[in-house]
Design a protein around this ligand. Structure first.
Ligand SMILES: [Zn+2]
Length: 254
């Protein structure tokens, strides 16, 4: 892999990437890619005991610590939980992040997922990748990055639970074998200490690492892998159709 390849993992909240694609990021990092991990929010609603500013500060640190484990730089775009909208201010900041980080490969949420924040980030990411080449789109940043030369390869991680909100199954199109990076993925997820109690009380999720392992085992079933992360590539008009993830990770991708 040429070491100049940049990868952007853009998700709604701290710990989403750890559940959905950290094993794949670890593989890419080990092959020399420059990894950027970004969240729209700092997870300000992720506590029943701490006020928003306190929990957000805690979660920024957790996310940065997790990103460092995979050699990634962490970016927070300072939106608020449940207030991520498809509007100009959000598109400006997502577009600016894409232009600043100049990724060849972008990973984000599935277009259909269990919560609207995730779905909105998916759409913002799609538009930002598509429009990052258009110099007439001005982000309003004080020091704007130049437009990209090409549209990045865009991949959607599995929806949480691999189901839509009506319970219909959503199948991945490709699976990345994460057996060799599962341990690092667990360590990254474990950085998000503050969420253990929250997941238990609010979402009745027993234990984050156990839940993640169950998701990774489920994602591997289609292709006979023990541990996997599932993705679908955005193949709409204007986007590159070559399977860059497969080119970068070879036989790890099925
Ligand atoms: Zn989330």
């Amino acid at each position: 892999m040429p070491d100049s390849i940049n990868v952007l993992a853009l998700f709604a909240h701290p710990d989403d990437a750890e559940f959905l694609c950290a094993g794949t990021l670890a593989h890419l990092s080990r092959r020399g890619a420059n990894i950027h991990m970004a969240t729209l929010t700092a997870g300000d609603c992720g506590s029943t005991t701490l006020p928003a500013t306190r929990i957000a500060a805690v979660r920024r640190k957790e996310a940065a610590r997790s990103a460092a484990l995979v050699g990634a730089r962490y970016h927070c775009l300072n939106s608020k939980d449940l207030l991520i909208f498809y509007d100009q201010p959000h598109l400006n900041k997502v577009m600016e992040l894409v232009r600043q980080t100049r990724p060849a490969l972008v990973l984000t949420h599935a277009p259909v997922d269990y919560m609207v924040d995730h779905e909105t980030v998916s759409r913002l990411c799609q538009s930002a990748c598509f429009g990052a080449m258009a110099p007439n789109f001005k982000t309003g940043a004080r020091r704007p990055a130049p437009a990209l030369q090409g549209v990045p390869h865009l991949y959607y991680a599995d929806a949480f639970g691999r189901r839509d909100i009506l319970g219909n199954k959503i199948e991945s199109a490709l699976s990345v074998n994460i057996s060799a990076t599962l341990k690092l993925k667990e360590e990254m997820l474990a950085c998000h200490d503050s969420q253990q109690a929250w997941l238990k009380t609010q979402q009745e999720i027993p234990e984050a690492v156990a839940t993640m392992r169950k998701m990774a085992a489920e994602a591997g079933k289609r292709t006979g892998l023990r541990w996997a992360e599932g993705f679908r590539q955005h193949l709409g008009q204007g986007f590159p159709e070559t399977n860059l993830l497969k080119q970068l990770l070879g036989s790890l991708v099925r």
